[in-house]
Design a protein around this ligand. Structure first.
Ligand SMILES: Cc1cc2nc3c(=O)[nH]c(=O)nc-3n(C[C@H](O)[C@H](O)[C@H](O)COP(=O)(O)O)c2cc1C
Length: 371
């Protein structure tokens, strides 16, 4: 006959005092971010077009973080269905990321308003007053990306309730400045609203360091691509698992007359062909065979549909493998909850180790004073 386990046999052992103290410290450090987002951990799952759908977003929010739907090029009907489907999978808060250049931005905001969405992230350029006003009227909290301190302040004056700063280590479209420099410039100077730091964050120790500099929380994208709940194609996930930090490179522009929007992605056959294509198109322009405007369009169209080809179809040779440098810290497919717990455990271990060190230094000092 099976014997029921003694209650004491199944009880988890109590955490060491240093860990209990560290957990409280972490809660204090990201309290502002948790309150703003309405979740347990101030970790946002950065919206990733084609990747951040209902499955990953709900898994991040259910795991204690804050998921964000990537609207990308969805139309209002598709966004409406995605929000409804996400709500069916989680009763925790989540957000929607809208691209300011979307031709139906106003209709997309209307969908969010009708669905009473609590948080909207505006990405892809400075938002116009109309969009900001519409979001405020809907009662949603507005988060905006700021690439510099002056712009961050302007966005706050215009109505942003929180700012995301994203360094060039990040995956996808990037600015020219690193996360560590943006953090030093903006965190000590922007105290009115919560600031979330993104770009290159792969471990909990880094999360602690930005919180201690004044961040309200963090945003990670690359680390969540290989979550079990992510719909990314197995080929896309394998490419991430194999890659090192140095494989995630920014797109290269060959000629100042033909600007290329910088995108960080894993180097592949498509990257090589993009260089060849620029060379060939610029050659035709110099030979007078094509107008500058048409040459620029050819260059811009090269990557059209390429992210979908890689994420959904699994064409990792020709598609765009948008990834941040933290890809080197993606070692396997894990559940979203495991990823979040790992980040939180690393953050707590980091704080606990420091608590133990300062306790040992204090005790050592006392012992030598007494001796
Ligand atoms: C595959 C991929 C797609 C992305 N798509 C978007 C997007 O549609 N909108 C957006 O604002 N950011 C996008 N990002 C950026 C992420 O939201 C996030 O800010 C970034 O990944 C954080 O840096 P990390 O990759 O170093 O963690 C994308 C990133 C990746 C890797």
């Amino acid at each position: 006959m099976a014997v029921a386990a003694e209650p004491s046999a199944v009880r988890t052992p109590p955490l060491p005092a240093a860990h209990v103290e560290a957990r409280r410290q972490l809660d204090r450090l990201w309290q502002r971010g948790r309150d703003f987002l309405g979740c347990d951990f101030a970790i946002m799952g950065g919206a990733m077009t084609w990747v951040s759908d209902r499955n990953l977003v709900a898994a991040i929010s259910n795991g204690g973080g804050f998921g964000v739907i990537a609207c990308g090029s969805m139309n209002p009907t598709q966004l409406d269905a995605e929000i409804a489907a996400t709500r069916a999978l989680t009763d925790r808060p989540f957000g929607v990321n809208l691209i300011t250049l979307h031709p139906q931005l106003s209709e997309l905001i209307e969908v969010c308003a009708r669905r009473k969405l609590s948080h909207i992230v505006l990405a892809g350029g400075l938002p116009g007053g109309g969009a900001v006003g519409q979001i405020k009227e809907a009662g949603a909290k507005l988060l905006c990306f700021a690439p510099a301190l002056a712009l961050a302040k302007r966005l706050v004056r215009a109505g942003a309730d929180a700012i995301i700063i994203e360094g060039m280590e990040a995956g996808g479209h990037i600015g020219p400045v690193s996360t560590s420099v943006l953090a030093q410039e903006i965190l000590p100077a922007l105290l009115d609203v919560p600031v979330f730091v993104a770009g290159g964050i792969g471990r909990g120790e880094a999360v602690v360091s930005f919180l201690e500099m004044g961040a309200a929380g963090v945003q990670l994208g690359t680390r969540f691509v290989c979550a079990r709940e992510s719909v990314a194609h197995p080929n896309f996930k394998q490419a991430f698992i194999r890659a090192h930090a140095r494989d995630a490179v920014a797109s290269v522009q060959l000629d100042a007359r033909f600007p290329v929007i910088p995108v960080r992605a894993l180097h592949n056959g498509g990257t090589e062909r993009f260089m060849e294509m620029q060379r060939e198109v610029i050659g035709r322009f110099l030979a007078g065979e094509v107008a500058q405007k048409d040459a620029q369009l050819e260059i811009e169209h090269f990557w059209a549909g390429a992210l979908r080809r890689a994420v959904i179809d699994g064409d990792v040779e020709n598609g765009s493998l948008m990834a941040g440098q933290s890809v080197g810290m993606v070692g396997s497919e894990q559940t979203t909850r495991e990823i979040l717990d790992e980040l939180v455990d690393q953050a707590i271990a980091q704080l606990a180790a420091r608590n133990s060190l300062s306790r040992a230094a204090r005790d050592g000092g006392r012992a030598s004073a007494e001796g």
